[in-house]
Design a protein around this ligand. Structure first.
Ligand SMILES: *Cc1c(COP(=O)(O)O)cnc(C)c1O
Length: 435
């Protein structure tokens, strides 16, 4: 399978090139040249399949031409080695709990898969060292660092804004050591992102080192996220719920997660429609309402992993629907909630339904509450464990949130990081000294 750029001027590339490059040279995002339909027999077997089995079959349909089948099966099953249960919150509303992985957020899925795929492409290539650069405001850095920990031939540089990520999040990428290097930037998240972007554009750096990204612009990170959409529907089937009117609601920031769901639907997954739930950063909601896409600087909210002012995967959504606003609006609806509304939802859902939402899941839950029609069954993606936002959640509910053991374990490690001014030359020299 070849991968083409959404910008349309770069040549098509192999899966390996798309994964190693990240972004296409014409600044477009890579898309599979065609979306394979899964056979009816696959959907018949869905309710009996385990998550690793299901993931392996979906991976085979997408990546089977480009990766040795036995290796692909093994690496997919290894990446998907934690549970993703679908939990009933109300009669017609279900939570897909994506927070049972090593760093307690859904990004573990894509990060673990990408790390293993990159390791596969690097096998036997002892001289090639791939450098993954990642700017993070919290969740991406921890998932990527843990996903890539110990993968041969890959080194990870995590850039994060000093004093602006929670201690729990910071400990998840500064205490690992080995092939993970944490860089603490004296500035904002935007400064971190700017340094990374500039590095990808610097001819001298790229001539001397192989650099790639591990955010959701990378096909190896965003595509595997479709595994759990199939698994969510499979669990509904297994519970005896009819599957002809399923609505899936995704708390969205960069739109990598929901785009994977949209592609799963093209592969045959029975989802009637999607809701892209936004916090105050509601550029997509505005696009649905007006037909105009106007990116703007992000504002800070309590669902901070969704604080994105120019969602990078919007280009993929446009591409999937042939740039037709009507086609997009027919399949995806939107919403926007303030911090006050998000907090109300966290509190009310704990009191009424006995279910502890995190602020991101709360945005999606509220959208289903308001938009679900009679006869429809709603699934929302609970993208992070509430303990990752312990102070915020406890401030809202007045009740303690327990920290799971594997999260507490990170906090016991010793922090190692390099402090740096937000200056490109300093960053560049630092990278070159690691050549
Ligand atoms: C990254 C993240 C999101 C947003 O996902 P996108 O794929 O960027 O839309 C939502 N919730 C949590 C907890 C996240 O970490």
């Amino acid at each position: 399978m070849k991968y083409r750029s959404t910008a349309g001027t770069s040549p098509e590339v192999t899966l390996e090139e798309a994964v190693v490059k990240g972004l296409a040279p014409d600044r477009g995002l890579y898309m599979p040249e065609r979306i394979p339909a899964l056979p009816e027999s696959f959907f018949k077997r869905l309710p009996e399949m385990t998550l690793p089995e299901m993931a392996a079959e979906v991976a085979q349909a997408l990546f089977g031409e480009d990766v040795d089948p036995a290796m692909l099966k093994a690496l997919t099953e290894d990446a998907m080695n934690f549970p993703i249960p679908l939990v009933k919150v109300r009669d017609n509303v279900w939570s897909l709990e994506l927070f049972h992985g090593p760093t307690l957020a859904f990004k573990d899925v894509g990060a673990r898969f990408m790390a293993r795929l990159l390791g596969y492409f690097n096998r036997g290539n002892k001289d090639r060292l791939v450098n993954v650069l990642v700017a993070t405001s919290g969740d991406t850095g921890s998932a990527v660092a843990n996903g890539f920990l110990g993968v041969e031939g890959v080194r990870v540089f995590v850039l994060y804004p000093k004093g602006k990520v929670s201690p729990i999040q910071e400990s998840q990428f500064t205490t690992l050591g080995r092939n993970i290097e944490a860089i603490e930037i004296d500035g904002t998240f935007d400064d971190c992102q700017a340094l990374v972007k500039q590095a990808f554009l610097d001819p001298e750096l790229n001539g001397k080192m192989m650099l790639t990204s591990a955010n959701s612009i990378n096909v190896a990170r965003f595509l595997p996220q479709m595994f759990y959409y199939f698994y969510a529907v499979a669990q509904l089937m297994a519970a005896g719920v009819k599957t002809d009117e399923i609505v899936v609601c995704v708390p969205s920031g960069n739109f990598g997660n929901i785009t994977a769901g949209l592609i799963a639907k093209r592969m045959g997954l029975p989802v009637k429609r999607f809701i892209a739930a936004n916090n105050a950063n509601d550029i997509f909601f505005e696009y649905l309402n007006t037909g105009e896409y106007r990116p703007r600087p992000s504002v800070q909210t309590i669902a901070n992993a969704m604080d994105v002012g120019d969602p990078s995967n919007f280009a993929r959504v446009l591409d999937l629907y042939g740039h037709s606003h009507d086609a997009i609006a027919a399949e995806i609806s939107g919403c926007t909630y303030s911090d006050k509304e998000i907090a109300e939802t966290v509190k009310a859902t704990l009191e009424k339904d006995g279910y502890q939402l995190d602020p991101h899941g709360a945005v999606a839950f509220r959208a289903l509450e308001e938009q679900l029609k009679p006869g429809e069954t709603g699934i929302f993606l609970e993208t992070a464990h509430p303990a990752k936002f312990k102070e915020t959640v406890e401030g809202i509910t007045g009740k303690e949130v327990e920290i799971p053991e594997r999260l507490a374990a990170f906090m016991k490690g010793e922090k190692k990081s390099v402090e740096m001014a937000p200056d490109f030359n300093t960053f560049k020299q630092f990278l070159l000294s690691h050549k």
